[in-house]
Write a protein that binds this ligand. Sequence first.
Ligand SMILES: Nc1ncnc2c1ncn2[C@@H]1O[C@H](COP(=O)(O)OP(=O)(O)O)[C@@H](O)[C@H]1O
Ligand SMILES: [Mg+2]
Length: 328
Amino acid sequence: MGIEVVVEGLTKSFGKQNIWQDVTLTLPAGEVSVMLGPSGTGKTVFLKSIIGLLKPERGRVLIDGVDMVGSPERDIYETRKLFGLMFQDGALFGSMTLFDNIAFPLREHTRKKESEIRRIVMERIEVVGLLGAEGKLPGEISGGMRKRAGLARALVLDPQIILCDEPDSGLDPVRTAYLSQLLIDLNAQIDATMLIVTHNLDIAATVPDNMGMLFRQGLVTFGPREVLLTSEEPVVAQFLGGRREGPIGMSEEKDAATLAREQLSGGGDHAGQPRTVVPQLEPSPGMPVRQGALRRRERVLGMMAQLPEAARTAIMRSYSPAGGGVTG
Ligand SMILES: Nc1ncnc2c1ncn2[C@@H]1O[C@H](COP(=O)(O)OP(=O)(O)O)[C@@H](O)[C@H]1O
Ligand SMILES: [Mg+2]
């Protein structure tokens, strides 16, 4: 089962540039979470901070008692072995076959025999649907296949925490839909704690149990998917609605005058439209029930009193028998 990741008061700057401050959230064990945010808000920096590759000035990232910010480097190195990372660009070696790319972490970090390596690699290749392509070079396959190869490589060391940096970048909508299903199926199979960084609205709407958003050097909010999907917080509503109207501008935050003009003109075409919460993806037929989803159901039902009305309604609907939610 996956491990909980507790982030407390995390603050990161580069020189004088503050990236975000006081980020506090918990990735619940075995659940799937998504972090949204416009480009440049520090999502990749956040992932790198969680695995201890970047050092925030303040705060802690607690995993199994180890603080990825302040614990001794040896402990951080050991804890990092619990992670599987899927990078934005796939980060495959161009001169190696998919098989060798996926086998790389095993050859690098373990002393397993080649026969054992072969068994593990082929198993992961099957999980991501790349059987038959193992002899190909990254340059010979599509972007979607490269993503899946990157995911297979993230899986070979049996990670308990999986971090995916924009798994959809460069993929068309159909490939993105397949990848979304793959991520849910994967979670059902291995029950790992997953954090996906993306600005893809379809992934945000259908994949995660929980969602958060980085904006203006901070975490706008983090919580059950229904909270963000029904949120009236302007920046969240603008982002999830894919609208021009709102605090997020073309290249930076809008100034107060522009925002005021938008408000006067009624906030644009979409203002006031009710937001619908589409059902979360279920594992494919034949897959195990997601244990994370079962735990999440108990967790969320236990926090209902603290949630906004719209989120409560959406949660009740998804967990009612007709809502198509998790059964059992
Ligand atoms: N190693 C680094 N040194 C200095 N600045 C960095 C470094 N890494 C990222 N940044 C800066 O941090 C900001 C956030 O970057 P990033 O996390 O890549 O954003 P996102 O992934 O949300 O698009 C950017 O302004 C970027 O230039
Ligand atoms: Mg990034």
